[in-house]
Design a binder for this molecule. Structure first.
Ligand code: GCU
Length: 637
């Protein structure tokens, strides 16, 4: 069970207690509970692991399906016996040939191969709709002359994952969108090593998200797998940023035998900044120092990144960091102290392709974000509805896009289930601790369209509290629903969600004119009753259109003309809301959604994209691009 280690000194016992609780609670819910797996008491964070040396374990892996989970539990739910143990460190074919008392009903080493990372949905036609357990295995040679420590790190694996090295249990993780790592130093051997992992994509009423969503559940190892190498004592987490008081602040945590009272030194290449210090008895170091006058702040227009190093004994931790501040002042969002309007759009983690497999390479990330930055003249992207790849947030840093980052607390979550809360808290923490150094990330979102109830309010207020503790430097929001006055002559909506009081930004998803019988012409006269002292983001609005389907009078839904007119009228409506400070319409690109099955227009795709799944721009694309071009020219409110 992965319980991330946190800088106890900085995060307070309460949060740590929640993660201790998570270990037990999640164990009760995890699909892998019957396995003889040691509970990993603390798991490494390895912040900026993608910048560290190591062995890239992407590439060809063997795979085998296990739809009845026989590798996890026997007929009566007991631990699986030897004939089913996929992780055994044996050559099945050779063993069967040598001893007819042995029986194995699997043989991963001689099963089919697939290239990881990437969801199994694209691995073969019969896997397109498979949801369940798949086993993967690969071999690799141990680095020569091993010294220091070796960690097996997964960028993400959807949804629950169990890991074995050389036949030994390593650990398990729940959550499909955030990184996790295990220290495997003692399990590696000279020469050949084998890794076996089980990935179960099945959602349950207790998981985050629950089974009912509006996007494809891409099962599998969807991001990089890497054997990360560090010295015995290394920098496990570091957070370097510009404070609102104009200082450079650092919070760091070292792990290893020499973590305590260790001299440390923070440098920023290209700036006269060289901050020395020493960790405390727990291996933590927190310091601030005046930012050099020469420091160039990160902005979407000038996304300046600095190479930052933190030297600690034998280890040098590296990251590329942009220095900027984000804050709310009344109804304004201030970037580096100046009001900013967020010209954005929402996006799922799915590459532009006819048959996507959720493989976000730097090129795929640039292709998607380039449509926003260059095509739409945007400065903002809502990475919905779950933490996206670190490739995406690093690319947003490099290209200059502000980011809304979100956990998949979506629709009908098991609000009263302690293990669900523990999973959500862990996922939120893993997301924040991974991306705190990303200048592009400015908003942490804790939920999407969740119905109001006491249990839901308590659940989300716990998450908001976690954000405030983990990262007080950014803003908190959630995509909320509004109440509509059905008796009113014009569309009249009121923000009555009590959670709005706890958020920095009020964000609303509205689909008047698509999911409601409203005439598009009536939308600009809509009335919105909202808090006057908080910024508003319309976090979603949209209409389906099949690229190439036209209805000349624009009146038929699913036509490009209807979608374009929907955008014109909704944008006209949005512009009349005095506290509007940003929009992220739904959605940049058509995306896979099994619930969308209209045979003329959808066939398993949600068509609200402004571009098709292969990147064909629809008429509404230029409507939004022109709106943003005007907005970019205007002084931000
Ligand atoms: C909802 C939801 C999205 C969904 C969209 C739609 O607001 O947040 O996940 O895809 O509307 O209905 O297309």
């Amino acid at each position: 069970m992965r319980v991330a280690r946190f800088d106890q000194a900085f995060l307070g016992p309460l949060l740590a207690g929640a993660f201790a609780f998570a270990t037990q609670a999640l164990a009760a819910e995890s699909v892998f509970t019957t396995l003889p797996l040691a509970t990993v008491d603390t798991a490494p964070l390895l912040v900026a692991a993608d910048m560290r040396d190591g062995v890239d374990l992407s590439g060809e892996w063997n795979w085998s399906i296990d739809p009845y989970r026989s590798g996890i539990a026997g007929f009566h739910g007991e631990a699986p016996n030897r004939t089913e143990q996929r992780w055994l460190d044996i050559d099945v074919r050779k063993t069967l040939a040598q001893d007819n008392r042995e029986l194995f009903e699997f043989d991963l080493d001689h099963d089919r191969k697939v290239k990881l990372p990437g969801s199994w949905l694209a691995a073969s036609p019969e896997m397109r709709h498979y949801q369940g357990l798949v086993w993967y295995r690969r071999h690799f040679d141990s680095p020569a002359g091993r010294k220091g420590r070796y960690f097996l790190r997964f960028g993400a694996s959807n949804y629950a994952t169990v890991v074995f090295v050389n036949g030994q249990p390593v650990g398990r993780h729940e959550g499909g969108f955030t990184p996790f790592a295990f220290d495997v130093t003692r399990l590696l051997r000279d020469g050949d090593n084998q890794i076996t992992i089980g990935v179960d994509s099945a959602a349950t009423a207790a998981t985050v998200p629950p089974p009912v969503t509006d996007w494809e559940n891409y099962g599998g190892v969807t991001r990089d797998v890497k054997l990360v190498h560090t010295s015995d004592t290394y920098v496990d987490s570091a957070w370097v940023r510009l404070t609102r008081e104009g200082k450079i602040a650092v919070d760091a945590h070292l792990d290893g035998p020499a973590a305590a009272n260790q001299p440390v030194q923070l440098k920023v290449a290209g700036l006269p900044f060289d901050l020395k210090g020493r960790t405390d008895a727990q291996g933590n170091w927190r310091a601030t120092a005046a930012a050099p006058r020469a420091l160039m702040r990160w902005t979407p227009e000038n996304p300046k990144l600095y190479d930052v190093t933190l030297a600690a004994g034998d280890d040098t931790w590296r990251d590329r960091v942009g220095f900027r501040t984000i804050e709310r002042k009344g109804a304004d969002i201030l970037l580096n102290g100046k009001p900013v309007f967020l010209r954005g759009i929402s996006m799922h983690e799915e590459e532009i392709a006819a048959n996507p497999a959720r493989v976000i390479t730097p090129d795929n990330a640039r292709a998607l974000l380039g449509e926003i930055k260059n095509g739409l003249h945007g400065n903002f992207v809502r990475l919905s509805h779950y933490p996206h790849s670190e490739v995406m947030t690093r690319t947003a840093d490099e290209m200059g896009l502000l980011v809304w980052s979100e956990v998949p607390v979506y629709w009908m979550v098991a609000w009263s289930n302690p293990s669900t809360l523990a999973t959500a808290r862990n996922m939120l923490a893993e997301n924040i601790l991974r991306d705190r150094n990303r200048a592009s990330v400015v908003i942490w979102s804790v939920a999407n369209e969740t119905p109001v109830s006491d249990a839901r309010n308590a659940f989300l207020r716990t998450l908001i509290g976690d954000v405030r503790r983990l990262d007080p430097s950014r803003l908190v929001s959630a995509a909320l629903l509004v109440e509509r006055d059905k008796a009113a002559a014009v569309p009249t909506m009121t923000m009555a969600d009590p959670l709005a009081d706890d958020l920095d930004i009020v964000s609303i998803n509205t689909y008047n004119g698509w999911y409601t019988p409203d005439r598009l012409a009536d939308l600009p006269r809509s009335v919105w009753k909202l808090p006057a002292d908080k910024p508003l983001i319309f976090s979603e609005f949209g209409a389906d259109a099949k690229a190439g389907f036209h209805s000349p009078d624009g009146m038929q839904k699913f036509s490009e003309e209807f979608q374009a007119e929907f955008y014109r009228k909704t944008l006209e409506m949005a512009d009349r809301v005095p506290t509007l400070r940003g929009i992220s319409p739904w959605i940049l690109k058509d995306f896979r959604s099994p619930r969308r099955q209209n045979p003329d227009f959808q066939m398993g795709w949600n068509r609200k994209g402004l571009i098709s799944e292969t990147g064909q721009r629809k008429q509404a694309f230029s409507v939004l691009a022109e709106y943003f071009a005007r907005k970019a020219g205007e002084p931000s409110k």
